[in-house]
Design a protein around this ligand. Sequence first.
Ligand code: SF4
Length: 358
Amino acid sequence: MSSVRDNTHQVMVGRRSAGGVAIGGGAPVSVQSMLSCPATDVSANLNQIERLAEAGCEIVRMAIPNHDALPAFQQVCEKSPLPVVADVHFDARIAMRAAWSGAAKLRINPGNIGGLENTNMVIDAARGAGIPIRIGVNAGSLDSALAARKDLTLPEKLAESAAEYVRYFEQERDFHDIVVSAKAHDVKTTIQTYRLLSQRIPHIPLHIGITEAGTVFQGTIKSAAGLGVLLEQGIGDTMRISLTDDPVLEVRAAWQLLAALDMRRRTPEIISCPTCGRCKVDMIPIAKAVEEAISRLNRPCKVAVMGCVVNGPGEAADADVGVACGEGQGAIFCHGRIVRKVDEAHIVDALMEEVEKL
Ligand code: SF4
């Protein structure tokens, strides 16, 4: 059965022949993040892109706050291993120059770019450069007449605004290379808005996220709650988890969410028990050390860390590798069969040795 996601049209971010990423049209849900270094610091941004790419980021976005940042943006685009999206507010000329400077996509909010005349200039620049545009609407820049309507909820206003921009881009300007986002910091508003978008503009790929979600703990939970519901319903073609922290954590969280939904996997998954009175080892540091060690691997597998034999190999039989801890020691098992026993101090190393053999 085809999902909402399969029925959108597809846009390419970056050239397909040079590591471009397809969004929509049944392509895998792609993982994005945004650079947080000063916009004019080329080497800092490139270093951050390297770290993001290593973590599995597929598309990176860079803010261009003013014209002075454009030369650095161009250099980053030239050297980046990932497609770079230009994020521009308020000044259409910056967006146009970004399109000519190597941007793989533009992200604008037509509500704050200076009216339709300026929007038209950006559309023409994107068309000339052969790149898509993400139309990103938000509650703060809704058209004043729409914002004042008492008969519509906020999700209905956001969806109406986005649908009207899509109509304008497609019908008035014959521009179809579009992705849409309408994020909110509230989970329920975001879910309702994207459900409406998937009904109002079912052919348009959607960039999903909870904006200003907060620091890593709260932000991850809010994002998982909101995006999890949408992704499970087939809504959302590309995603960013926004965290007030190192953007690498955004990418790791996004992949964890996709893996939890069994949609995409690229890194190992840890299965670990919460411990209880039966546990005779210091389990929490062991589980954290295993998590850290496997986070550097770029292949999917399941590693179990269990506090005792009660729920050890049997409970975690679907794990590729695992440990069932006992007093001062651990029984290492592979696919439910115990292969050796090691002292508590060597549990992490022994597990990783078995992981390496997979
Ligand atoms: Fe307790 Fe053992 Fe279950 Fe862990 S695996 S929660 S230690 S019974």
